[in-house]
Design a protein around this ligand. Structure first.
Ligand code: NAI
Length: 254
């Protein structure tokens, strides 16, 4: 029985993951901006990741009982949101909570960050990403917003930064025996798929090529494995969970 924290637990992939882990008998703390929708078998915590006071309060609640064995940072918003909101949730809020919880994570624990195949569409280099990720939250937000990207491009950049942040964190936490990796789904049939469709025409090509979109539980199963001790030798990598999209694109000239 492990003690695991899941963000975005009220909907889509995070909800499916919470159901899987509670069914398996784990102790799950589900975080979301509203507790409505968080499966009853989990301990529900309301936390808006864009609000630093909320994050601090959530971490205090989590830290009072015992250390944790893992975190899945699943919450995210699509590129239909304002760029500032996309950055605030997908990278700045994710990083704020992950930094705090990584300190409470047990030896042999694991951290899984939800990124996206969209992150591979952003051309930011590792050096540029490292420079951005070295900035404190307020400066990072300012720099990202000043870049002037539209919502979909801001989404891609936010997910690119999640890839790199997972790599940096894996190296940093290696001495503490805590693993960190990211998972990058292609399109998944969740409530935000319609928002992604509105901003990323490539989603429809992806659906046509692969034949369908993923179900949230198919991605949850991969995250469940990545969190588990069975994945002990997976560290610092990004798992592309795209149903074959990368292979099809690479061989069909599309
Ligand atoms: P969803 O909309 O069903 O779930 C996202 C959850 O995040 C919601 O429960 C929402 O309330 C929560 N959330 C949003 N802002 C928050 C905030 N400020 N504080 C706390 N919680 C907040 O979407 P889905 O599809 O399950 O997305 C999960 C993750 O998967 C996201 O990071 C998304 O970017 C990523 N993803 C989704 C894909 C898709 O096609 N659905 C494809 C690739 C990546």
């Amino acid at each position: 029985r492990r003690r695991l924290v899941i963000t975005g637990a009220a909907s889509g992939i995070g909800r499916a993951l919470t159901m899987r882990l509670t069914r398996a008998g784990h102790d799950v703390i589900g975080l979301d901006r509203s507790t409505e929708g968080i499966p009853h078998a989990a301990q529900a915590l309301r936390c808006d990741l864009t609000d630093s006071a909320d994050v601090t309060a959530a971490v205090e609640r989590i830290s009072t009982s015992a250390p944790i064995d893992g975190l899945a940072a699943v919450a995210g918003v699509p590129g239909t949101a304002a760029p500032s909101a996309v950055y605030a949730v997908n990278i700045i809020g994710l990083r704020r909570l992950t930094e705090e919880l990584s300190r409470l994570t047990h030896k042999n624990g694991s951290i899984v960050l939800l990124s996206s195949m969209a992150g591979y569409r952003d051309a930011t280099t590792d050096e540029q990403a490292d420079e951005l990720l070295a900035l404190p939250a307020e400066d990072l937000k300012k720099r990202l917003v000043e870049a002037g990207l539209d919502g979909p491009s801001a989404y891609q950049l936010s997910k690119r930064l999640v890839h790199r942040y997972a790599t940096l964190l894996a190296a940093r936490l290696h001495p503490a025996d805590v693993r960190c990796l990211s998972v990058s789904p292609g399109p998944v049939s969740t409530p935000i798929l319609a928002d992604f469709r509105a901003t990323m025409p490539s989603l429809d090509t992806a659906g046509e090529l692969v034949g369908r979109h993923a179900e949230p539980d198919e991605i949850a199963a991969i995250v469940e494995f990545a969190l588990s001790p069975d994945a002990s030798w997976l560290n610092g990598v990004d798992l592309r969970a795209d149903g074959g999209l990368t292979a099809l694109r690479a061989t069909q000239n599309v």
